[in-house]
Design a protein around this ligand. Structure first.
Ligand SMILES: [Zn+2]
Length: 297
């Protein structure tokens, strides 16, 4: 009842909503999945189909950052379903034909994979983090599945230890930083505030004299409603202070709304002139004129 009412109210208010409110900005957007349930036949088939339709509409491929089966929670889920790890690896390889694969990390205190033990803030154990991170990286290597040096943080967790690990293992691109309140992380927030990084600016972080990680911000989570105007409204909450914005929007494989999302993408291309880009084009764009180099200390 409440949702029906809310939907009706939205329908009425959007009838008076001006289309193309983001048009004065030049927005270049990637679409990134936090891919977590490839063992689910329905979700897997839907994801492949989505990637194909997305490409037909935008000429771009999404990025699918995947949790590897070395992840303790995913391992448990695969065991419960008797889903073979080899098959999981095959599904990632199939997905790589339609998207750019990256690594999506989720880490747990005391190696105990339940949500109440999730490492998503700074109360964590560095040894747990290192062990689980290295197990994941080894899984990609062992199965010869490239993660393309792309990372997106589970629960938006990020800190200096993780940055150190990412750089040590050659990661170059990150999609964990966000200004959206739902995706808040203390470390990310401090880095962006202290360095005056506005929404949509690509920047690099690293330690003195070392390699750098290029960070492309995650603007918002893709809404699932049938109202494409929700996208405009959510984006406008982010203080869009610069003209040229580069970033991604995200969804999980399990909360994707297939039809509404594709419809919204078409709406955004038409009314806001948003350009949807594949990973290579996203990093090849030149928002980099304003890249800031600094050291995380
Ligand atoms: Zn996740």
């Amino acid at each position: 009842m409440f949702f029906k009412m809310k939907s009706l109210l939205k329908k009425i208010s959007y009838a008076f909503y001006k289309k193309g409110q983001l048009k004065s900005h030049n927005i270049k957007l990637g679409y990134i999945f936090h891919t977590e349930r490839l063992y689910d036949d329905r979700l897997f088939n839907q994801l492949i189909l989505f990637c194909k339709k997305y490409k037909a509409i935008t000429c771009a491929e999404p990025i699918c950052t995947v949790i590897p089966p070395s992840n303790l929670q995913l391992k448990r889920e695969l065991n419960e379903r008797a889903f073979p790890e080899k098959e999981y690896a095959s599904r990632i390889i199939e997905l790589s034909q339609y998207s750019t694969i990256g690594y999506h990390g989720h880490f747990y205190l005391d190696n105990n994979p339940f949500n109440y033990n999730a490492i998503h803030c700074n109360s964590f154990n560095a040894n747990n983090l290192t062990e689980q991170f290295e197990n994941d990286i080894n899984w990609f290597e062992k199965n010869q599945i490239p993660h393309n040096n792309i990372y997106a943080g589970g629960w938006w967790f990020f800190n200096e230890n993780l940055l150190q690990l990412l750089l040590q293992y050659g990661f170059q691109f990150d999609f964990s930083f966000s200004k959206a309140p739902f995706f808040y992380n203390q470390f990310s927030n401090e880095i962006m505030n202290e360095n005056n990084i506005p929404t949509g600016e690509v920047f690099e972080i690293g330690f003195d004299g070392e390699k750098k990680l290029t960070c492309i911000q995650n603007f918002i989570g893709m809404h699932t409603t049938s109202f494409p105007e929700d996208f405009d409204r959510n984006m406008k909450k982010l203080d869009l202070n610069i003209k040229e914005l580069v970033g991604v929007v995200n969804a999980h494989d399990y909360d994707l709304n297939f039809d509404n999302t594709l419809r919204c993408i078409e709406f955004q291309m038409k009314f806001n002139n948003i350009k949807f880009l594949s990973f290579n084009d996203l990093i090849g764009e030149k928002p980099f004129k304003s890249i800031r180099l600094f050291s995380a200390t």
